[in-house]
Each structure stands twice: as C-alpha cells, then as structure tokens.
Design a binder for this molecule. Sequence first.
Ligand SMILES: Nc1nc2c(ncn2[C@@H]2O[C@H](COP(=O)(O)OP(=O)(O)OP(=O)(O)O)[C@@H](O)[C@H]2O)c(=O)[nH]1
Ligand SMILES: [K+]
Ligand SMILES: [Mg+2]
Length: 387
Amino acid sequence: MGVVEKIKEIEEEMARTQKNKATEYHLGLLKAKLARYRAQLLEPTTKSGPAGTGFDVQKSGDARVALIGFPSVGKSTLLSKTTHTASEAAAYEFTTLTAIPGVIEYKGARIQLLDLPGIVEGASQGRGRGRQVVSTAKTADLILIMLDATKSEEQRRLLEFELDAVGIRLNKTKPDIVFKKRTTGGITFNTTVKLTRTDEKTIRTILAGYKLHNCDVMIREDITTDEFIDVLIGTRKYIPCLYVYNKIDSISLELMDKLGRQPNTVVISCEMDLNLTYLIDRIWDDLRLVKIYTKKRGDHPDLSDPICLRKGATIEDVCNGIHRSLAPNFRYGLVWCGKSSKFSPHAQKVSLAHQVQDEDVVSSAFHGFHKMRFLTYNTLKSLPSDW
Ligand SMILES: Nc1nc2c(ncn2[C@@H]2O[C@H](COP(=O)(O)OP(=O)(O)OP(=O)(O)O)[C@@H](O)[C@H]2O)c(=O)[nH]1
Ligand SMILES: [K+]
Ligand SMILES: [Mg+2]
C-alpha cells in the first residue's frame, strides 16, 4: 500500500471514530501516524528540483509575506481568514504540502501572503521539504514566524536557527562595511569606529582563509566576526520579521501579556478573530509601503487605484509602476513638496532618482514622450484647486 492510500485509510478511521474520553488516546495515535505519513509526502523525491530552491510561485502584488512555522500552528487558518483564498486547515500535522498564495488587500495595497508547509527541526539541513520552505522565505519582503502560544518558548529560537542556517538575517540591516576586491595592491584596512567585538587580525586571517590577498576593507560599524563573514559571502538576505503567536484563546491573560510584550511580536487568535486587523496593520507598517496616487492633467487624482511601493522608492519606480516604456524616455520631473518646502511651495525639477513619500500625488503630463513631467504633491490637501 502506498503512502497516499495509508493516509486515506487513517483519515477514514478518524472520521469513523467518535470523539470522547475513551477514544482520545487512540485518536491521538492516529493523528501522529497521519502526520508521519504526510511528512513522508514532503520528502524530496528524485523528480523534485535541486535542494535549496524554493517553491515556484509567481510573485504578485506589491509585496510578499511568507508564513513560517512548525506544523499546525494555524498558518493555513490565517491565510483563509485574511484572504479570499482557502487553504485546507486541519488538526493533524503537515496538512499543507505546498506553497499556497493568497492576497491581502489593505489600504490600496495588494500583499501576497504565502502559506507554506510546516517545517521541522533540521529543515535547513534538508529534512523533509523544509529546505524548500526556508528557501522560499528568502524571497519574501517580510517573514511571519508563526508560533503556537500554547507551546514552549523554544519554538521561536529553533525557527530562528533554521532561517539563519540558510542565510536569512531577521530584523537586521546589512552591516556597514565597504568591501572591494582588487587584482593587486594587497589589503587596505580602515575603520571609522573602534572595533570591540572583532579585530583587524581576525579579519585579515579570514581574508587569507578565503584567499583574498588584494582588497579594500572599510568598516563603519562595530561589527562582529560573523557579520564580517556575512558581507564577505555576500548572499545573505536581510529580511524584517514579525513574530505572531496564534491560539491566544487557549492561554491565560498573564501569558498573553508576557508574549505580547516581546519586540516585533503580535498575539492573535485566528479561530476567535482576535487582533487580526491589528496584525494586518502591522504587516503594512513593517513592509514600509508608500502609497502614491496618480493624477492626469485636468482630472482629479485617482484615489481608487494607488501605486504601492516600498519606502525609498523613486520617481523611476513610479514610472515603472505605470508602464515600463516611461522611464527610458524620461527627461525631467517636477515635484511639489508640501512638507519640505512648507513656506514656499514651489514646483521643483526632480530627476528619476527623486524619492517619493507616502500619500504623494504624482501627476504626469505627456507632451509626446519627450516632454513628460512629473509633479508630486506631498498630500492630497496640498493639491492646487485649479489642477
Ligand atoms: N484554539 C485555536 N486553534 C486554532 C487557531 N487557529 C487554528 N487553530 C487550529 O489549529 C489546527 C491547525 O491549523 P492549520 O491552519 O491547519 O495549521 P497549519 O500551521 O497550516 O498546519 P500545517 O499545514 O499542518 O503545517 C486546526 O485544528 C485549527 O482549527 C486558534 O486561533 N485557536
Ligand atoms: K495542520
Ligand atoms: Mg497548513
């Protein structure tokens, strides 16, 4: 009998078995068995892609959020609650076997939420399909580490370890190091701060270990040795992360309070609909999205369909958000910045590199492709009435 048939058999037996005190233990055993078989379905087969590549789900919308957690913490329940996509949720582990995308629509943004199979300890080492799951997390703009509030605190550390092992650095910014390889000239080493957690000798030893004999190193932050190696390797991903404790309906108020006070943490209950709106608001904030309204000359701004971009986005990104043919033909732009020039709101020429701000209104005038102009307004209120 194949694994699929065995799973079916157990599921049928579970459906037949009445739930009561006497059958509780037996049902527990069945659940464990079911989870074991379903985990087997997740084992990489010879047909699946090379280890270490993620699930092949097209990125869509303005940002991607990945759900990472142990089995049965409620990832699929969250997806079904916050998007129009239904992902099967059940009381046994490894219910979800692949990546399932849904879309959260919030404040004009379309945020792709990716439900993923549960991972187990050792996932980064290739246990089950875990490596594929953690690799998919690498493609996210924000990671939600989902935890079961009724389970031990150990979960949090274990998940962090698995993500760290595939090169994901959570809630960290890339260390401020300038590193340039050269072909000759030896090693030049400079720092702008006092190093207290590593030293020049260690760094030179590491460089020698990587056979880097000619390079410039400029360190502008009190980094650790590990952080230096991260920059040297260069493939690290620095991704913001939100810890989400689910099932707070099943814990004491004291514990809920304690969990919720940790940094970057939100406590929720999918089942009881507790705090879900707040969670989505936090996702929006942590993604650092900005919302840009477009406006045609002579028309009112189009408030129904803003362009959402990440904080730090430029006029060029706005162009690309409208059509890819725009940026290459760009000559100059005009910006009306209500905030930065409060007392003399003059329109100023800006380049493609100009950074837009949340709630900017961007107006593009097309006098043929070569005379296009962009006007951005800092707030809707600062729009002149004669436009
Ligand atoms: N008490 C309680 N149970 C919940 C809550 N959210 C989900 N559950 C239950 O937890 C179980 C697992 O939920 P799933 O959504 O399948 O969990 P998952 O993380 O997707 O699980 P896998 O796909 O197997 O990794 C189901 O029985 C849900 O009904 C909650 O807020 N409170
Ligand atoms: K489950
Ligand atoms: Mg699931």
